[in-house]
Design a protein around this ligand. Structure first.
Ligand code: FES
Length: 173
């Protein structure tokens, strides 16, 4: 047997022929999508993305205040300084926390963590609201997120005192 490599008989294979052999491509099918159709598709897709973004922007600017009927918070008026009282607002099952902070007075927040909605609880010593799920922390005076994954403050609950009774008036995101 000879060690001489096989030679191509006739025309030597061009670079394009080799490419065609390795990546067979039907050039006739290439005409199935014209440049104009591709451009039209790109314009329509861009338009759809723009419209979607616009809708999301409008929804994001909506006033998300949750107004409920004023609801009395039982035991709020006699809550000792430095203590917390857990209650439900605005609806049944919506957990909320009322704090009586020394020097600040009564403040209330939704207990729902703004990261992934675990329930926060009050740490009286540090005066923080802590989320046990991912160590999120919120300032008890303002509700601002101060550590961990949460980026947004806790929804605040507006309070009002009438005839010695404390009411939850509305929740503000
Ligand atoms: S759910 Fe509260 S920190 Fe993640």
């Amino acid at each position: 047997m000879s060690n001489v490599p096989n030679r191509v008989i006739g025309r030597p294979r061009s670079r394009s022929d080799r490419w065609q052999a390795e990546f067979p491509y039907d050039w006739e099918a290439d005409a199935a999508v014209s440049r104009r159709q591709l451009l039209r598709l790109a314009v329509l897709t861009s338009g759809a993305l723009f419209a979607g973004t616009l809708v999301l922007a409008v929804l994001g600017r909506r006033d998300d205040r949750r107004r409920g009927d004023p609801k009395p918070i039982e035991g709020a008026a006699s809550l000792p300084s430095g203590e917390a009282l857990y209650f439900e607002y605005p609806g049944n099952g919506d957990q909320a926390v009322l704090l009586n902070l020394p020097g600040t007075g009564l403040v209330a927040y939704s207990q729902k963590c703004t990261h992934l909605a675990c329930s926060v609880y009050f740490d009286a010593e540090k005066r923080e609201l802590l989320c046990p799920c991912h160590d999120g922390k919120f300032d008890a005076r303002t509700g601002d997120a101060i550590a961990g994954p949460p980026q947004r403050r806790l929804p605040r609950i507006v309070l009002e005192s009438r005839d010695g009774q404390v009411y939850a008036m509305e929740e503000i995101p």
